[in-house]
Design a protein around this ligand. Sequence first.
Ligand code: 5AD
Ligand code: FES
Length: 330
Amino acid sequence: MFTKSEIIEILKDDSKNEWLFALADKIRRDNVGDSVHLRGLIEFSNICRCSCKYCGLRSSNKKINRYRILKDELLHYAKSAVKMGYKTLVLQSGEDVYYTTDKLTEIIREIKKFDVALTLSVGERSFEDYKAFKEAGADRYLIRIETTDRNLYSKMHPNMSFDNRIKCLKDLKVLGYEVGTGCLVGLPEQTYESLADDILFFKEIGADMVGIGPFIPHPDTPLKDENKGSFILALKVMALTRTMLPDINIPATTAMETLNPNGRIIALQSGANVVMPNVTTSEYREKYEIYPNKICIHENPDKCRDCISSKIQSIGRTISTNYGFSHNKE
Ligand code: 5AD
Ligand code: FES
């Protein structure tokens, strides 16, 4: 457990990196063990009403080919992922208003028939919506705070409210979801202090999952000429998060692997215990371009599961066969 000033010192000082990564790896092993949870990710719509400055799916990006996967096709991907052995599915999309409360609850109910844990990641919705999704069977919800620096938050998110983002996280907690949040590392003007605040925020909000990734500039966004985030700094924020929240679930994110060819495995050895392979086909993967050079866009679901499973086993870790709730709540 570190104080804010210690966190800042560690973030600034690269001479202690190996110590930090080994410490996070040990804390991960002692608290959540050696098994890695695989979550099957279904990116079901890249249509988004928001215009986050960093994101390739932003509504003002007219260059992207938009798609929506409708219920039957979505259920097909869900079913095949469960057959492949996934115990958790993650439904992720842009903030697409087509998926009304009724449409989403219907999909949730159908998927829950497959005996699988279900995570939603569909952005900011009302308390009533979150309640309806929970009642339909959703178990978890991911909504990154992105940055806890209010000023930076408002620069990055035109027409969005930091306070509403916090409200969403609190509503989800009240409703009994396992709540995942996280941040981007390397946004323009982001400071070490604000990254330390992000880590402390994860603890304060009682996050059950925290996803951290480096910022990667997208050519069709206003941030196209900015520097990309540092892989090592993102890894340090992730490792520090593990030291502060020992028993949560932490994914080795796709953005980490985009900046380093072995990024997910390095992350798994520096505090992470979850990987989220994509379970849709390449026609959609290449269109879900949040940032450029995303990995696996030409692969299929079987290939990714085999590929990541063998990498995980090659470092002496196992693939979990349970639902992978946080805090060892099996
Ligand atoms: N680089 C890295 N991550 C990004 N995200 C969005 N745009 C980018 C980018 N350019 C992340 C956000 C979002 C998640 C789904 O993807 O943190 O919450
Ligand atoms: Fe997709 Fe390796 S995880 S090819």
